[in-house]
Design a protein around this ligand. Sequence first.
Ligand code: NDP
Length: 244
Amino acid sequence: MRKVAFITGATRGIGKEIALTLASEGYDIALNYRTMNDSVNTLKSDIESKGVHCLLVKGDVSSYEDAENMIKEIITKLERIDVLVNNAGITKDGLLIRMPKENFNDVINTNLIGTFNVTKMVVSQMLKQKYGKIINISSVVGISGNTGQCNYAASKAGIIGFTKSLAKELGSKNILVNAIAPGYIQTSMTDSLKDEIKEDIAKNIPLKRLGEPKDIANLVKFLASEDSSYITGQVIHVDGGLLM
Ligand code: NDP
C-alpha cells in the first residue's frame, strides 16, 4: 500500500528537505504552501521525478478553516495520511518590553495554534486508519528559552506539551507522536544572523558548526519509519550537542 506524508510549510528550508527525503523513501507527498511561485512548481517536479505523487495544498496553518480544507483535499485525492510533519513556523524576535502584542500573537498562532489546527483534522483520519506518525518541529529554544524570543520559545515549549499529551491520548490507537528540537539550522530563518554571530554560535556548539536541513530530515525519515515503532512522546534534539 502507498503511504502518504503531509508536510506543512514545505516550500523551503527544513520542510522542503523533509518533503524531498520522504519522497526518496517512496511516500506520496502532500505539500503545504501559502503563495504559489516558480520554486513551488519546481519542487513539485523534483518530488515527482522520484516516482511518487506530489499534491500541492494551499493554506495558512493558523487558519482553522484552511487546515480543514487542506485535509479534506488530501483525503479526497490521496485517500490517507500516514505521516504528518508540523513544520510551518515563523519568528518575530524582540525583547518583551518592546514586543507589540501582534508579534506575540502571530508567532503563537502560526507555530502552536497552527500545529493544533492541522493535527486536530489529521488525527480523525489516522484514527480511521488505526495508524499514524505525527512529528512536530519544536526547537531547543522551547526548552532553554532565549533572549528576544519570548513568543517563539513559548510556542515551541507549547508544542512539547502538546506532543507529550497527544502521545498519551493516542498511544493505544497505534498513533505515535514525537517532537524534534533542532538547534541552529542553516535556512532563511537563520540567514538574517550576521556572519560573526553565526561564528560565535558555532563556537558554543560541540560539533562546531550549524546544522543543515538534511540533519533534521534524516531524523524525520527515522521517526516516520517502522524502525521507530516503540518511540512516542519524545523530544529529540538535533543540535550538534548545543543543549545537553
Ligand atoms: P523557513 O523560514 O526557511 O521556512 C518556513 C516555512 O514555513 C516556509 O515554507 C513558510 O512558507 C512556512 N510558513 C510560515 N508560516 C506559515 C503559515 N502560517 N502557514 C503555512 N506555512 C507557513 O524556516 P525553517 O525551515 O528554518 O524552519 C522550519 C521549522 O523548523 C520551523 O517550525 C522553525 O521554527 C523550526 N526550527 C528552525 C530552526 C532553524 O535554525 N532554522 C531551529 C529550530 C526550529 P512561506 O514560504 O509561505 O513563508
